[in-house]
Design a protein around this ligand. Structure first.
Ligand code: DI6
Ligand code: FE
Length: 395
């Protein structure tokens, strides 16, 4: 297939916008990119894009897409004044999704995740990260990861899985977080790894979840298995989670509203990507802004993701996350686009996606737009024209 008359955002050296270009795709790879006039004349379908913008397929690098139930009632509670921490301490929050997820079969979890995934694909997403973390038993964490893998067999999308057994201490281990780590998280990690279900290991480092020492214990086991780590850090308070993640060579540290200078410097030194999650900030009506200027100053790469989850981010729109990152956090539209392409790929440790260049995967989004700023600018309307995953144009 040869795409002609395209305006490319290659995401190489910044946005890298070039007009009147052509791209040749063979199998699941991009094999040639260059000026229209030099486009190879050999066979294949030629598709004239009429000057439309082409970006790498979007990458949503932080989601809790697979989960049981919903939390609309908790939304109402918070509207009448309860804080996220109060809801959690009252047995709601993450733990109520744990009940619903444990009660659901793999088939039920898959069926409830697919409509959410389809909404993401309809906005040009070609790779999605999916976390466990609502099972909190060995069997239920593995069940969630199997469903995440099944998504990839059911839809044209690449799935990266993260084991997030260290998401919350379940009621049966209340006050015994270390025992939960030893008896559930670490055995779940070994079992999931043995089944090939886990691409990276995540945790929630927070007063209502796990301490830095506990997360460090888990990370040592992950690294022993050769698995990369990432961390929900500095979301509600500063426990030094970002620096801890960086010390373990984490791919990413995520949320980061309460990140300080030492944390940013540690992330920069380790090459850890900052994953910015504006939907959770918005839903919790947080007022502490993530320190975007500090991250820029230290040269920390910033990704942007939906955090799609039933509690703090009931959102499937990655382009709305881009809009929020710009409007709420003052990221630029170019930073937002890098955040869902090249830097999101880095957050997942992927070197063959997130840019447009020969040799990379043929994952592309084609937009009814001429300029990248249009993707962040619109609210609730995504100008996707077509999506290409692994060289296949969606029907
Ligand atoms: N931080 C979040 O924003 C989500 N998980 C986390 O560690 C919230 C998950 C939930 O409330 O269900
Ligand atoms: Fe999250």
């Amino acid at each position: 297939m040869i795409l002609t008359n395209a305006t490319l955002a290659t995401m190489e050296n910044g946005v890298g916008l070039v007009e009147a270009t052509a791209i040749r795709l063979e199998g699941d790879r991009i094999t040639w990119v260059g000026p229209e006039a030099e486009a190879p004349g050999d066979g294949g379908d030629r598709i004239d894009l009429g000057g439309r913008l082409v970006t790498p397929g979007l990458i949503d690098c932080h989601t809790h897409l697979v989960h049981g139930g919903d939390r609309a009632r908790e939304f109402e509670m918070r509207l009448s004044g309860a804080s996220y921490e109060e809801v959690a301490r009252a047995g709601g929050g993450i733990v109520s999704t744990v009940r619903a997820t444990r009660a659901a079969s793999e088939a039920e979890l898959l069926a409830s995740a697919l409509p959410r995934l389809d909404r993401m694909l309809s906005e040009g997403v070609t790779t999605v990260e999916v976390k466990s973390g609502y099972g909190l038993t060995v069997a239920d964490e593995l069940k969630m990861l199997r469903v995440a893998r099944a998504l990839e067999r059911t839809r044209p999308v690449r799935v990266h899985t993260s084991l997030l057994a260290a998401h919350a201490v379940p009621p049966e281990y209340q006050g015994r977080a270390d025992a939960y780590l030893d008896e559930i998280c670490i055995p779940a990690l070994h079992a999931a790894h043995a089944e090939g279900l886990v691409d990276s290991v995540d945790g929630f480092c927070e007063g209502i979840a796990f301490s830095p020492d506990q997360i460090a214990r888990l990370f040592v086991v992950a690294q022993g298995l050769g698995l990369p780590v990432r961390l929900h850090a500095e979301q509600l308070s500063n426990l030094g989670g970002a620096a801890l993640a960086a010390r373990h060579g984490a791919l990413s540290a995520d949320h980061l509203e309460y990140l300080d200078e030492a944390g940013a410097a540690a992330m920069a030194a380790a090459g850890t990507v900052a994953v910015i999650l504006p939907a959770a900030f918005y839903t919790l009506r947080e007022t502490q802004l993530p320190p975007i200027g500090l991250l820029r100053r230290h040269g920390v790469r910033m990704a942007v993701a939906t955090d799609c989850n039933p509690g703090t981010a009931p959102m499937t729109s990655l382009t709305l996350a881009m809009n929020m990152a710009c409007t709420l956090f003052r990221m630029t539209p170019e930073e937002a686009l890098a955040g869902v392409t090249v830097h999101a790929a880095a957050a997942l440790g992927l070197s063959d996606a997130g840019r447009i260049a020969p040799g990379l995967r043929a994952d592309l989004a084609i937009w009814d737009a001429r300029h990248p700023a249009e993707l962040s600018y619109r609210i609730g309307a995504t100008p996707l024209y077509a999506r290409i995953h692994g060289g296949h144009l969606d029907a």
